[in-house]
Design a protein around this ligand. Structure first.
Ligand code: GLN
Length: 461
């Protein structure tokens, strides 16, 4: 594990820790019911996290292509929703977790609808609901949609596609049953061809992290900044992922990880933390429910460590805001009592920087802080004799999400190890539980303290 070179590398280091602790976990077996999938190297393991500003943090085999398989289902569902609308789609496919395996043959009594769009039967129906004058056009639109989610042009693994065709009798049987029941109206052959092709699209852990981040970002791809779908569609998709994405493990998954997610039998797992980031994991050995063993454990560890459960929401929600306060203070825009602080900042501009954090600080807010501080450190004139001192004004922070507490603590440690200092001003005296971080209740005191450290200039007062 490499030592973090820049502040934002601490996110990568954390992914490295999760990766390294799990790399020897060899439980499970690679899927072999599609013969071509058994050819994979079972040791591969990659973890990628894409923030909403488009930065991707990666550990392990994040650039090795694998077929997306069932992790395609949420994204094709988004296309069916945009083409037909929620009601028309759900006339044909339910929205109930099935409690059964991904290839279950159970259809709803009376309507003949498959339980939800995440199991194979339901996904075959959603694929058939995508608009297109021909099967080719329909697949083209699916490939375009998934590529837009990933932020790059994706392609199909023809060998896996052929292997799915040859071994796909169970899916074919499901499709005929649904034709008989009326939930599938399109021709079986064409629809399965498109479905097998969509499952055979090649992605990397990096790609699916971006795809998950696009959902988490309300439909705007954070890499390309292009809108792929609406925020409303993303909400529907993430809802179905949260309740049905992990098949017969969906309930326990929601309990333990609490993130909308979708697994695929090639070993991919995509998860979204709404408003925060997307996760892309890849490791080919699967558990009994057909989800990657290491990916499930890794995602659960990340979610638990960071308090990311979707139902874990602070009591007083307000948007997070992170601003470099130097300019604001120097322009005299701050409160009257900030005048002294402004003067000190001006005197020590090269060594002293202040960031004001406001509202509910989660991964996104804390990440912005890391990137801002990185940028400030890089812009700092080289070979300063004085240590850099960073003041974090937490006065107006309503809540620090545990991921943010961890990131601020890591920032303080990183700075201390490099001879810099971090001072937090917080009238509430919230503990970040880290050595090397000085805490002062009032902002003025923090800036005076910082100025004393930063320079030869005499501290005021
Ligand atoms: N192509 C696979 C199938 O239809 C997808 C299943 C999965 O990833 N769970 O069987």
């Amino acid at each position: 594990m490499a030592a973090p070179e820049t502040l934002s590398d601490i996110v990568t280091s954390f992914l490295d820790v999760v990766h390294d602790r799990l790399v020897d976990d060899r439980r499970g077996a690679v899927a072999d019911y599609i013969p071509q999938l058994a050819e994979v190297d079972p040791e591969l393991f990659g973890i990628a996290l894409c923030g909403l500003n488009g930065r991707v943090y990666e550990s392990g085999d994040t650039d090795v292509p694998f077929t997306i398989q069932s992790a395609s289902k949420p994204f094709v569902y988004s296309l069916a929703l945009d083409d037909r609308g929620l009601d028309a789609v759900h006339e044909r496919v339910g929205a109930e977790p099935s409690g059964e395996a991904f290839n279950s043959v159970k259809l709803e009594a009376g309507t003949g609808r498959p339980p939800n769009p995440m199991v194979n039967a339901g996904a075959i129906v959603t694929t058939s609901l995508v608009d297109g004058a021909s099967p080719e056009r329909r697949f083209e639109r699916i490939l375009e949609r998934l590529s837009a989610f990933a932020g790059r042009q994706l392609s199909v693994d023809e060998a896996v596609f052929a292997s799915e065709q040859e071994s796909g009798d169970r899916n074919r049987a499901l499709a005929y049953l649904m034709r008989g029941a009326g939930s599938l109206t399109a021709p079986v052959g064409d629809t399965l061809d498109t479905y097998f092709r969509q499952c055979s699209i090649l992605v990397t852990a990096h790609d699916i992290a971006v795809m998950g981040a696009t959902l988490a970002n309300g439909g705007v791809n954070p890499l390309t900044r292009r809108r792929v779908t609406s925020a409303e569609t993303c909400q529907h998709v993430m809802t179905i992922m949260a309740t049905c994405g992990m098949y017969d493990y969906a309930g326990e998954w929601l309990l333990r990880a609490g993130l909308p997610a979708k697994s695929g039998v090639a070993g991919g797992l995509v998860a979204s933390s709404p408003g925060e980031f997307g996760l892309g994991l890849f490791s080919p050995r699967l558990d009994a429910s057909g989800a990657s063993v290491r990916a499930v454990v890794a995602a659960q560890r990340l979610a638990n460590r960071f308090g990311l459960h979707v139902l874990h929401r602070p009591l007083s929600l307000s948007a997070s805001e992170v601003t470099a306060a130097n300019d604001e203070l120097e322009a005299g825009l701050g409160a009257e009592q900030d005048a002294a602080a402004a003067q000190l900042l001006q005197d020590h501009a090269d060594d002293l920087a202040v960031w004001r954090l406001r509202g509910y600080i989660d991964f996104d807010g804390a990440e912005q802080l890391l990137l801002d501080v990185d940028a400030w450190l890089q812009a700092r004139p080289a070979e300063r004799e004085n240590p850099a001192v960073i003041v974090l004004d937490l006065t107006e922070v309503t809540q620090l999400q545990s991921v943010a507490v961890w990131m601020l603590a890591a920032l303080a440690t990183w700075c201390r190890e490099r001879g810099m200092r971090v001072i937090a001003s917080d009238p509430q005296g919230r503990s970040l539980g880290v050595a090397g971080l000085s805490q002062t209740p009032d902002f003025d005191g923090a800036v005076r303290d910082a100025a004393a450290t930063a320079g030869s200039g005499t501290p005021a007062g």
